[in-house]
Write a protein that binds this ligand. Sequence first.
Ligand SMILES: [Zn+2]
Length: 553
Amino acid sequence: MKKNQKFLSIICGIIAAICLSVTTGDGRNPASACPPNEGTAGKEELVILCLGDSITAAIYPKKLQVSLDRAGIPAKVFNAGMGGYTSGHYLGFMKSFNLFKAIKPDLVLLKLGTNDARTDFASTETAQFVENMEGLIHLIREELYEQSPPLVLISTILPIIPQPFVFTERSARRVVAEINPAIREISDRLNIPLVDNFTLFKDRPEWLEDGVHPNRKGYQAMADNWFTSITEAIAKKTNSSRRTGFVGDEFYLQHNPGPEHPESAERLKSIVRHLEKRGLLGQLIRIKPRPAPLKWIATVHTPQYIQYVQEAYHRGKRFIHSRDVSISADSFEVARWAAGGVLQAIDAVMAGQVNNAFCAIRPPGHHAFRDRASGFCIFNNVAIGARYIQKKHGLSRVLVVDWDVHHGDGTQDIFYDDPTVLFFSVHQFPLFPGSGAAEETGKGKGKGYTINVPLPAGSGDREFVAALREVLKPRALEFDPDFVLISAGFDAHKDDPLGGMEVTPEGFAEMTRIVKEIAEESCYGRLVSVLEGGYSFPGLAKSVEAHILALKE
Ligand SMILES: [Zn+2]
């Protein structure tokens, strides 16, 4: 059972009560209101690991266990408090002794810093304290639990009543002026819930037995404070992490179009690094990509083209069709994985495992034609996804929203005469690839099912948002899609070196909200967003963050 599902099942009793009161009038499955298949309270135990010094090593974890037992929350609390340890000691301890892998916690309660404030050999400079804590959080979040990291909660440290030695007047001052502000700053910057045990003890000196350690009443108050924060954090994590999936994999870095090429592996690295730093990656449900079976790629591309791509590198070709689609040895496989990631995300949405998902994949796809590569694109990931939705999942109508700064010419061409796929593109015009005029609206039965909104260079949030709200939304609701795909390029960002637009991350967030509204009003929120362009690394990373946060709202 996935960790996120475990969170779900544990508080499912509470959710089930809420869900009982949720009904829909049209008989449709209210997928967004209530998690499916989680109807009975789970027997899974929540594993909680308490890290800290002698204050943790004493009895608060035991009292916390009692509170959880009383509340009927199946949980096992492990006490890893180490008397006398500073943040530096603890980081060294964790690096040498792999406690996380042994215990596999769902939740880590982190309370360190009291010994760092000592006025003796153990004293730690505040900057070093921050570095140690970040190292520890990084170990917990990323290195040991890449797929599903535990939720970390961080506590402020207790006030100190000054003693003549070790915990002196200076220590007491540092707690207030340096250590706790640093902890608050870490909580804010890394998006880690804060448990404020300092404020709890601030006006209760009688709860401190020896000026540093709590007495029984103090430990009970601490345990109660942790308990409240844990139940809040679980509810929040359940509500948020349920919704949005994330497709990513190191294999996507293997497509190497050459040193000067803007579509570099660094794009994905900068996204993942930024989401990790913001603590967002751990809140998403990771979807493991697989290579797309060739039969699904062949629903869009001709067999000759697929074979050509498969053999190109080994026949000595270093680009496909156009020099900007340069390739390396693994490019064919990586392109299969890019399409495959979209298919896995669609499956996860259809299975109710997530409500929506973002695919951090490359190479991009929207310039790829049935039988031709173009504009950094090999296989048209979104088009393959649309056909998969129709043929594998039996849905009729798919909406594709393309807000990449470049016109999605490949996607448009593939569905140009097809009334089952509504293709909408807003883009800079004129710009590569040169198509995308407002007069291009489809042909034959597909007439009216292609919508282009060309915008002049210099357009920004206002123009893009208006295009989606005023042009796309009414047409999309009339079309009534069964599934929505986004060709999410972020090269309309104001700092992008290839585009000339002024869109900000908040603009991308607002565009996301509009597409989500369409999905919610027409198809239970079924939405998969697929990365296309975006070549300013910081601009791309921040825009993806804003986009994912809006998907999670
Ligand atoms: Zn683009």
